[in-house]
Design a protein around this ligand. Structure first.
Ligand code: NCD
Ligand code: ZN
Length: 347
């Protein structure tokens, strides 16, 4: 049996939703993570500090007092976001960061930004006050192949933002391509990226393996093996620009297995086990803590978590629960379909 101990991880990209789903999924994240950046793409979205405050209270209400988990709240940028309101909400610590969704790029992004030039004054203010910008990096042009939308975004939109506002603190969320890892390696120190466990674990074949698998459908969509390998190299490299953002994105099973299935993979439950296995496979367990617990905190100027978690490698693979119950419905729990021997035992 092998045991490792690491600083308690942070998840810098989660979807908690609201209502019954929130109640079911929050315990899955707070079991292993010290903090999480909570995405604002609710219906309706979190548009200002007051929305964020209300949403934060809903999250805190389901967390036992004994758990010190800290949700870090975000605001959903639209073409109507007011610079003064955003600044005030940030200064009053009602919000931690702002999220840029290109309109129509992903789940609940229809209120997002169609024309980036419309929000440049807001981004300029964010740069001035040191407020982080989180980006869903895909163009929404239907002419562009779905597998090329991230690369195109980097070449056109991201590069433009970075050159106009070189001091803006940016996180390119859930990167999926080799091109993204290269761009990040060459970009300035204030630009970082999150990587999800599912993009580290699987390539696009998983979606079409002997039939269509809606539970492996997410955005940005899984890519070719060459890209997965580049992501694994980036995550295990120790480069501080890369850190964990799980993009755990719960949808009811009935909404995934439908004529027009939702994009999003719910991975909170076994995330740390899967990551430990992936890093172990690469002989890079010594880099796991940097990726999950150090690099992201440093990017956001946060103190490292004080608590630790223990991971134990068993002789036999762990058994994955298939679903998480939400009232009469269920949410499918991400299973990468390979043997995972690592288990988290908190403390
Ligand atoms: C996310 C969701 O369901 O909210 N879906 C996804 O496929 N990742 C939105 C997002 O982060 O793109
Ligand atoms: Zn997301």
């Amino acid at each position: 049996m092998k045991i490792i101990e690491i600083i308690k991880p942070d998840d810098f990209h989660v979807h908690f939703r609201d209502g019954n789903i929130l109640m079911a999924v929050v315990p899955e994240t707070i079991r292993h993570f010290g903090r999480a950046i909570v995405m604002p793409n609710l219906i309706p979205p979190i548009l200002n500090g007051f929305d964020a405050k209300r949403y934060k209270d809903e999250i805190l209400d389901v967390i036992p007092k004994s758990n010190k988990f800290k949700p870090l709240m975000t605001l959903y940028l639209t073409e109507n976001t007011r610079t003064d309101e955003l600044e005030e909400a940030y200064q009053q610590e009602m919000i931690f960061a702002a999220k840029l969704y290109p309109a129509g790029a992903t789940t609940n992004s229809e209120f997002g930004v169609g024309d980036i030039s419309k929000i440049m004054p807001v981004l300029e203010k964010m740069s001035d006050i040191g407020m982080p910008l989180l980006i869903h990096g895909e163009v929404i042009d239907k002419e562009i192949d779905v597998f090329d939308r991230e690369k195109k975004f980097i070449d056109t939109v991201l590069d433009f933002i970075c050159s106009e506002l070189p001091n803006l603190k940016i996180t390119l969320e859930h990167i999926t391509t080799k091109e993204a890892t290269t761009y990040l390696q060459d970009s300035s120190i204030n630009v970082s990226a999150t990587i999800t466990p599912h993009h580290l674990a699987l390539n696009r074949n998983a979606i079409f393996n002997g039939g269509i698998s809606p539970h492996y459908y997410c955005l940005p969509i899984l890519k070719r093996e060459v890209h997965r390998k580049a992501l694994v190299r980036a995550a295990t490299s120790g480069n501080p620009k890369f850190f964990l953002g799980t993009d755990t994105a719960p949808h009811l099973k009935s909404d995934k297995e439908s004529e027009c299935g939702c994009a999003g993979i719910f991975n909170a439950t076994y995330c740390m086990s899967i990551l430990a296995q992936l890093f172990d496979n690469e002989n890079s367990l010594s880099q796991l803590e940097n990726f999950t617990s150090i690099n992201g905190a440093k990017h956001y100027n946060l103190k490292l978590n004080k608590e630790k978690i223990k991971l134990t490698k068993s002789e036999t693979p762990i058994t994955f629960e298939k679903t998480l119950k939400v009232n009469k419905d269920h949410i499918n729990i991400f299973n990468p379909n390979f043997d995972v021997y690592w288990k988290v035992s908190t403390s």
